[in-house]
Design a protein around this ligand. Structure first.
Ligand SMILES: *Cc1c(COP(=O)(O)O)cnc(C)c1O
Length: 363
Protein backbone atom coordinates (compact mmCIF):
# COMPACT_ATOMS: atom_id res chain seq x y z
CA UNK A 1 0.00 0.00 0.00
CA UNK A 2 1.47 3.36 -1.03
CA UNK A 3 0.85 6.68 0.56
CA UNK A 4 -2.76 7.11 1.53
CA UNK A 5 -5.07 10.10 1.58
CA UNK A 6 -4.83 11.09 5.23
CA UNK A 7 -7.77 13.02 6.69
CA UNK A 8 -6.33 13.30 10.21
CA UNK A 9 -7.25 16.41 12.20
CA UNK A 10 -3.67 16.69 13.43
CA UNK A 11 -0.86 15.89 13.30
CA UNK A 12 -1.93 15.84 9.73
CA UNK A 13 -1.07 15.31 6.10
CA UNK A 14 2.11 16.95 4.82
CA UNK A 15 2.93 17.90 1.23
CA UNK A 16 4.69 14.89 -0.26
CA UNK A 17 7.27 17.12 -1.95
CA UNK A 18 8.24 18.50 1.46
CA UNK A 19 8.68 15.02 2.95
CA UNK A 20 10.83 14.05 -0.01
CA UNK A 21 13.02 17.12 0.33
CA UNK A 22 13.40 16.58 4.08
CA UNK A 23 14.36 12.96 3.39
CA UNK A 24 16.91 13.95 0.76
CA UNK A 25 18.46 16.49 3.12
CA UNK A 26 18.24 14.33 6.23
CA UNK A 27 21.86 13.23 6.51
CA UNK A 28 23.64 16.23 5.04
CA UNK A 29 21.95 19.59 4.76
CA UNK A 30 23.27 21.60 1.79
CA UNK A 31 26.77 20.14 2.11
CA UNK A 32 27.10 21.18 5.75
CA UNK A 33 27.94 17.62 6.75
CA UNK A 34 25.11 17.71 9.31
CA UNK A 35 21.45 16.94 9.59
CA UNK A 36 19.41 20.01 10.54
CA UNK A 37 18.56 18.32 13.83
CA UNK A 38 22.28 18.15 14.66
CA UNK A 39 22.96 21.85 14.15
CA UNK A 40 23.49 24.44 16.83
CA UNK A 41 20.53 26.78 16.84
CA UNK A 42 23.06 29.63 16.99
CA UNK A 43 25.19 28.46 14.08
CA UNK A 44 25.07 30.24 10.72
CA UNK A 45 23.45 27.27 8.99
CA UNK A 46 20.44 27.12 11.26
CA UNK A 47 20.18 30.92 11.51
CA UNK A 48 19.85 31.01 7.72
CA UNK A 49 17.08 28.39 7.85
CA UNK A 50 15.29 30.31 10.59
CA UNK A 51 15.55 33.69 8.85
CA UNK A 52 14.31 32.27 5.56
CA UNK A 53 11.36 30.58 7.28
CA UNK A 54 10.37 33.76 9.08
CA UNK A 55 10.70 35.92 5.97
CA UNK A 56 8.69 33.46 3.87
CA UNK A 57 5.96 33.27 6.49
CA UNK A 58 5.80 37.05 6.80
CA UNK A 59 5.45 37.34 3.04
CA UNK A 60 2.90 34.52 2.73
CA UNK A 61 0.61 35.78 5.49
CA UNK A 62 1.27 39.47 4.68
CA UNK A 63 2.20 40.10 8.32
CA UNK A 64 2.69 43.86 8.84
CA UNK A 65 6.02 45.09 10.17
CA UNK A 66 4.55 46.13 13.53
CA UNK A 67 3.81 42.50 14.33
CA UNK A 68 6.42 40.09 15.67
CA UNK A 69 6.55 36.48 14.54
CA UNK A 70 7.52 34.20 17.42
CA UNK A 71 8.43 30.52 17.11
CA UNK A 72 7.53 28.98 20.45
CA UNK A 73 6.72 25.59 21.98
CA UNK A 74 3.90 24.19 24.08
CA UNK A 75 1.20 24.08 21.43
CA UNK A 76 -2.14 25.81 21.34
CA UNK A 77 -2.94 24.59 24.82
CA UNK A 78 0.12 26.23 26.36
CA UNK A 79 -0.87 29.49 24.63
CA UNK A 80 -4.18 29.27 26.47
CA UNK A 81 -2.10 30.12 29.55
CA UNK A 82 0.67 32.14 27.90
CA UNK A 83 -1.72 34.63 26.32
CA UNK A 84 -3.40 35.62 29.62
CA UNK A 85 0.01 35.66 31.33
CA UNK A 86 1.15 38.23 28.76
CA UNK A 87 -1.95 40.19 27.85
CA UNK A 88 -4.36 40.16 30.79
CA UNK A 89 -2.54 42.37 33.31
CA UNK A 90 -4.56 40.20 35.71
CA UNK A 91 -7.70 41.94 34.46
CA UNK A 92 -10.84 40.55 32.82
CA UNK A 93 -10.84 38.79 29.45
CA UNK A 94 -13.78 37.99 27.18
CA UNK A 95 -14.27 34.71 25.34
CA UNK A 96 -16.58 33.72 22.54
CA UNK A 97 -17.41 30.06 22.96
CA UNK A 98 -17.89 28.33 19.63
CA UNK A 99 -16.68 24.81 20.39
CA UNK A 100 -14.30 22.67 22.40
CA UNK A 101 -11.18 24.69 21.74
CA UNK A 102 -12.53 28.09 22.77
CA UNK A 103 -14.08 26.43 25.82
CA UNK A 104 -10.67 25.09 26.79
CA UNK A 105 -9.11 28.52 26.28
CA UNK A 106 -11.67 30.18 28.53
CA UNK A 107 -11.24 27.60 31.27
CA UNK A 108 -7.46 27.88 31.29
CA UNK A 109 -7.45 31.68 31.25
CA UNK A 110 -9.60 31.64 34.38
CA UNK A 111 -6.48 30.66 36.31
CA UNK A 112 -4.97 34.07 35.56
CA UNK A 113 -7.87 36.48 35.83
CA UNK A 114 -11.61 36.79 35.30
CA UNK A 115 -12.39 34.90 32.06
CA UNK A 116 -15.84 36.06 31.01
CA UNK A 117 -18.09 34.52 28.40
CA UNK A 118 -19.05 37.19 25.86
CA UNK A 119 -21.19 34.81 23.85
CA UNK A 120 -21.71 31.08 23.51
CA UNK A 121 -23.19 28.75 20.90
CA UNK A 122 -23.47 25.91 23.42
CA UNK A 123 -27.28 25.87 23.20
CA UNK A 124 -26.86 25.12 19.46
CA UNK A 125 -24.39 22.33 20.26
CA UNK A 126 -21.82 24.53 18.54
CA UNK A 127 -23.32 24.28 15.08
CA UNK A 128 -23.54 28.05 14.56
CA UNK A 129 -21.58 31.21 15.37
CA UNK A 130 -23.04 33.90 17.62
CA UNK A 131 -23.24 37.14 15.64
CA UNK A 132 -20.63 39.66 16.85
CA UNK A 133 -23.37 42.28 17.33
CA UNK A 134 -24.69 40.14 20.22
CA UNK A 135 -21.36 39.73 22.04
CA UNK A 136 -21.26 41.13 25.57
CA UNK A 137 -17.79 42.63 25.85
CA UNK A 138 -16.93 44.57 29.01
CA UNK A 139 -15.50 48.08 28.66
CA UNK A 140 -12.61 46.94 30.88
CA UNK A 141 -11.80 43.94 28.69
CA UNK A 142 -8.09 43.22 28.30
CA UNK A 143 -8.68 41.14 25.18
CA UNK A 144 -11.33 39.23 23.31
CA UNK A 145 -10.56 35.63 22.40
CA UNK A 146 -12.02 33.64 19.53
CA UNK A 147 -11.12 30.34 17.93
CA UNK A 148 -10.96 31.07 14.20
CA UNK A 149 -11.67 27.48 13.25
CA UNK A 150 -13.09 24.94 15.68
CA UNK A 151 -11.28 21.77 14.65
CA UNK A 152 -13.67 19.43 16.45
CA UNK A 153 -17.04 21.05 15.74
CA UNK A 154 -16.21 22.15 12.20
CA UNK A 155 -17.21 25.80 12.65
CA UNK A 156 -15.13 28.59 11.12
CA UNK A 157 -15.17 32.37 11.14
CA UNK A 158 -15.19 33.32 7.47
CA UNK A 159 -14.64 36.91 8.47
CA UNK A 160 -12.87 38.08 11.60
CA UNK A 161 -14.99 40.31 13.84
CA UNK A 162 -14.26 44.03 13.66
CA UNK A 163 -14.09 44.83 17.37
CA UNK A 164 -13.61 48.56 16.75
CA UNK A 165 -16.89 48.66 14.86
CA UNK A 166 -18.48 47.11 17.97
CA UNK A 167 -17.09 49.98 20.05
CA UNK A 168 -14.42 47.78 21.63
CA UNK A 169 -10.78 48.84 21.76
CA UNK A 170 -9.48 45.61 23.27
CA UNK A 171 -7.23 43.49 21.04
CA UNK A 172 -8.62 40.42 19.33
CA UNK A 173 -6.83 37.15 20.08
CA UNK A 174 -7.36 34.41 17.52
CA UNK A 175 -6.53 30.74 17.95
CA UNK A 176 -5.80 29.91 14.31
CA UNK A 177 -4.21 26.52 14.98
CA UNK A 178 -6.30 24.64 12.44
CA UNK A 179 -6.72 27.15 9.62
CA UNK A 180 -3.52 29.18 9.64
CA UNK A 181 -2.21 29.62 6.09
CA UNK A 182 -5.43 28.25 4.59
CA UNK A 183 -6.73 31.78 3.90
CA UNK A 184 -5.62 35.37 4.33
CA UNK A 185 -5.73 37.17 7.69
CA UNK A 186 -7.06 40.71 8.15
CA UNK A 187 -4.32 41.92 10.48
CA UNK A 188 -6.06 45.25 11.09
CA UNK A 189 -8.56 43.32 13.19
CA UNK A 190 -6.04 41.19 15.07
CA UNK A 191 -3.90 41.81 18.14
CA UNK A 192 -2.45 38.33 18.44
CA UNK A 193 -2.87 35.04 16.63
CA UNK A 194 -1.45 31.72 17.74
CA UNK A 195 -1.43 28.15 16.53
CA UNK A 196 0.31 24.83 16.79
CA UNK A 197 2.08 23.86 13.58
CA UNK A 198 0.82 20.30 13.33
CA UNK A 199 -2.46 20.99 11.54
CA UNK A 200 -1.44 23.10 8.59
CA UNK A 201 2.21 24.17 8.86
CA UNK A 202 4.43 21.22 9.65
CA UNK A 203 5.43 18.83 12.39
CA UNK A 204 4.23 19.08 15.98
CA UNK A 205 6.51 20.88 18.41
CA UNK A 206 6.43 24.34 16.86
CA UNK A 207 3.90 26.92 18.03
CA UNK A 208 3.47 30.05 15.98
CA UNK A 209 2.60 33.35 17.68
CA UNK A 210 2.10 36.54 15.68
CA UNK A 211 1.64 39.50 17.99
CA UNK A 212 1.30 43.28 17.62
CA UNK A 213 4.37 44.94 19.10
CA UNK A 214 2.52 47.15 21.59
CA UNK A 215 1.10 44.03 23.27
CA UNK A 216 4.59 42.77 24.08
CA UNK A 217 6.28 43.62 27.39
CA UNK A 218 3.33 43.43 29.79
CA UNK A 219 3.74 39.93 31.20
CA UNK A 220 2.65 39.20 34.76
CA UNK A 221 5.61 38.90 37.15
CA UNK A 222 5.16 35.15 37.56
CA UNK A 223 5.09 34.46 33.81
CA UNK A 224 7.84 31.93 33.00
CA UNK A 225 10.69 33.72 31.21
CA UNK A 226 10.58 31.28 28.30
CA UNK A 227 6.91 32.23 27.79
CA UNK A 228 7.30 35.99 28.17
CA UNK A 229 6.71 37.37 24.68
CA UNK A 230 9.26 40.14 25.33
CA UNK A 231 11.93 37.63 26.24
CA UNK A 232 11.11 35.53 23.20
CA UNK A 233 10.95 38.54 20.84
CA UNK A 234 14.12 40.19 22.15
CA UNK A 235 15.99 36.95 21.57
CA UNK A 236 14.59 36.21 18.09
CA UNK A 237 12.79 33.13 19.46
CA UNK A 238 16.11 31.79 20.79
CA UNK A 239 15.87 32.60 24.46
CA UNK A 240 15.84 28.86 24.85
CA UNK A 241 16.47 26.26 22.17
CA UNK A 242 13.64 26.49 19.64
CA UNK A 243 12.19 23.37 17.97
CA UNK A 244 14.80 23.53 15.25
CA UNK A 245 13.77 20.57 13.11
CA UNK A 246 10.11 21.56 13.19
CA UNK A 247 11.03 25.10 12.14
CA UNK A 248 13.09 23.70 9.27
CA UNK A 249 10.25 21.50 8.00
CA UNK A 250 7.71 24.30 8.43
CA UNK A 251 10.10 26.44 6.38
CA UNK A 252 9.98 23.84 3.61
CA UNK A 253 6.18 24.00 3.79
CA UNK A 254 6.32 27.80 3.43
CA UNK A 255 8.42 27.41 0.27
CA UNK A 256 5.98 24.83 -1.02
CA UNK A 257 3.09 27.22 -0.33
CA UNK A 258 4.83 29.94 -2.30
CA UNK A 259 5.26 27.54 -5.22
CA UNK A 260 1.55 26.73 -5.06
CA UNK A 261 0.77 30.40 -5.65
CA UNK A 262 0.62 31.57 -2.04
CA UNK A 263 -2.25 31.90 0.38
CA UNK A 264 -4.80 33.30 -2.06
CA UNK A 265 -4.34 30.29 -4.32
CA UNK A 266 -4.56 27.91 -1.36
CA UNK A 267 -7.74 29.62 -0.15
CA UNK A 268 -9.38 29.08 -3.52
CA UNK A 269 -8.37 25.45 -3.60
CA UNK A 270 -9.53 24.93 -0.03
CA UNK A 271 -12.89 26.44 -0.90
CA UNK A 272 -13.28 24.14 -3.89
CA UNK A 273 -12.29 21.05 -1.87
CA UNK A 274 -14.71 21.83 0.96
CA UNK A 275 -17.49 22.71 -1.49
CA UNK A 276 -17.16 19.35 -3.18
CA UNK A 277 -17.66 17.49 0.08
CA UNK A 278 -20.41 19.73 1.49
CA UNK A 279 -22.36 19.63 -1.78
CA UNK A 280 -22.21 15.87 -1.72
CA UNK A 281 -23.30 15.73 1.95
CA UNK A 282 -26.19 18.12 1.30
CA UNK A 283 -27.39 16.09 -1.66
CA UNK A 284 -27.32 12.85 0.33
CA UNK A 285 -30.00 11.17 2.40
CA UNK A 286 -27.42 8.72 3.76
CA UNK A 287 -24.93 11.23 5.22
CA UNK A 288 -25.31 14.67 6.74
CA UNK A 289 -23.47 17.63 8.33
CA UNK A 290 -25.06 19.66 11.13
CA UNK A 291 -23.24 22.99 10.87
CA UNK A 292 -25.01 26.17 9.69
CA UNK A 293 -24.04 26.93 6.09
CA UNK A 294 -22.55 30.37 6.79
CA UNK A 295 -19.93 29.07 9.22
CA UNK A 296 -18.99 25.65 7.92
CA UNK A 297 -15.29 24.98 8.23
CA UNK A 298 -13.24 24.58 5.06
CA UNK A 299 -10.64 22.66 7.03
CA UNK A 300 -12.53 20.17 9.19
CA UNK A 301 -15.77 18.62 7.99
CA UNK A 302 -17.60 16.57 10.60
CA UNK A 303 -20.29 14.36 9.10
CA UNK A 304 -22.56 11.55 10.15
CA UNK A 305 -24.16 8.45 8.71
CA UNK A 306 -27.90 8.53 9.37
CA UNK A 307 -27.59 4.91 10.47
CA UNK A 308 -24.76 4.98 12.99
CA UNK A 309 -24.67 1.17 13.18
CA UNK A 310 -22.81 1.34 9.86
CA UNK A 311 -19.95 3.47 11.23
CA UNK A 312 -17.48 0.65 11.77
CA UNK A 313 -18.08 -0.78 8.30
CA UNK A 314 -17.69 2.70 6.82
CA UNK A 315 -14.31 3.20 8.49
CA UNK A 316 -13.06 -0.28 7.63
CA UNK A 317 -14.02 0.20 3.97
CA UNK A 318 -12.38 3.63 3.93
CA UNK A 319 -9.16 2.19 5.28
CA UNK A 320 -9.20 -0.54 2.65
CA UNK A 321 -9.62 2.22 0.04
CA UNK A 322 -6.53 4.02 1.42
CA UNK A 323 -8.58 6.81 3.06
CA UNK A 324 -7.25 7.16 6.59
CA UNK A 325 -8.16 8.71 9.96
CA UNK A 326 -11.77 9.60 9.18
CA UNK A 327 -13.17 8.75 12.60
CA UNK A 328 -14.81 11.75 14.27
CA UNK A 329 -13.66 13.20 17.58
CA UNK A 330 -15.08 11.19 20.46
CA UNK A 331 -16.95 14.21 21.86
CA UNK A 332 -18.91 14.68 18.62
CA UNK A 333 -18.96 11.16 17.18
CA UNK A 334 -19.50 10.26 13.55
CA UNK A 335 -16.82 11.05 11.01
CA UNK A 336 -14.53 13.97 10.32
CA UNK A 337 -12.57 14.75 7.17
CA UNK A 338 -9.81 17.29 7.62
CA UNK A 339 -8.92 19.00 4.35
CA UNK A 340 -5.80 20.98 5.19
CA UNK A 341 -3.61 22.68 2.59
CA UNK A 342 -1.65 19.52 1.89
CA UNK A 343 -4.79 17.49 1.04
CA UNK A 344 -5.08 17.47 -2.74
CA UNK A 345 -8.42 17.80 -4.52
CA UNK A 346 -7.93 14.21 -5.67
CA UNK A 347 -8.14 13.11 -2.04
CA UNK A 348 -11.55 14.71 -1.61
CA UNK A 349 -12.70 13.27 -4.93
CA UNK A 350 -11.59 9.83 -3.77
CA UNK A 351 -13.43 10.29 -0.48
CA UNK A 352 -16.67 11.32 -2.18
CA UNK A 353 -16.39 8.41 -4.62
CA UNK A 354 -15.89 6.02 -1.72
CA UNK A 355 -18.84 7.50 0.17
CA UNK A 356 -21.06 6.96 -2.90
CA UNK A 357 -19.87 3.38 -3.29
CA UNK A 358 -20.34 2.65 0.39
CA UNK A 359 -23.90 3.96 0.30
CA UNK A 360 -24.67 1.73 -2.73
CA UNK A 361 -23.14 -1.28 -1.01
CA UNK A 362 -25.51 -0.79 1.93
CA UNK A 363 -28.71 -0.67 -0.13
C1 LIG B 1 -5.22 21.20 17.94
C2 LIG B 1 -5.72 22.48 18.48
C3 LIG B 1 -5.27 23.02 19.69
C4 LIG B 1 -4.33 22.27 20.60
O1 LIG B 1 -3.07 22.28 20.13
P1 LIG B 1 -1.88 21.53 20.92
O2 LIG B 1 -0.75 21.78 20.00
O3 LIG B 1 -2.26 20.09 21.04
O4 LIG B 1 -1.74 22.18 22.24
C5 LIG B 1 -5.75 24.23 20.10
N1 LIG B 1 -6.64 24.91 19.36
C6 LIG B 1 -7.10 24.43 18.19
C7 LIG B 1 -8.09 25.22 17.40
C8 LIG B 1 -6.66 23.21 17.71
O5 LIG B 1 -7.12 22.71 16.55
Amino acid sequence: MGRAFNFSAGPAVMPEAVLQQAAAEMLDWHGSGMSVMEMSHRGKEFISIYEQAEADLRELLAVPSHFKILFMQGGGLAENAIVPLNLSHGGPMDFVLTGSWSQKSQQEAGKYGPARIAATALSDNFTSLPSPATWQIGADSRYVHICGNETIHGVEFHELPDLKALGCNAPLVVDFSSHVASRSVDWQRVGLAFGGAQKNLGPAGLTLVIVREDLIGHALPHCPSAFDYKMVADNDSMYNTPPTYSIYVAGLVFQWLKKQGGIAAMAERNMAKAQLLYDFLDSSSFYFNKVAHNCRSRMNVPFFLRDESRNEAFLAGAKAANLLQLKGHKSVGGMRASLYNAMPLEGVQALVAYMRDFEKSQA
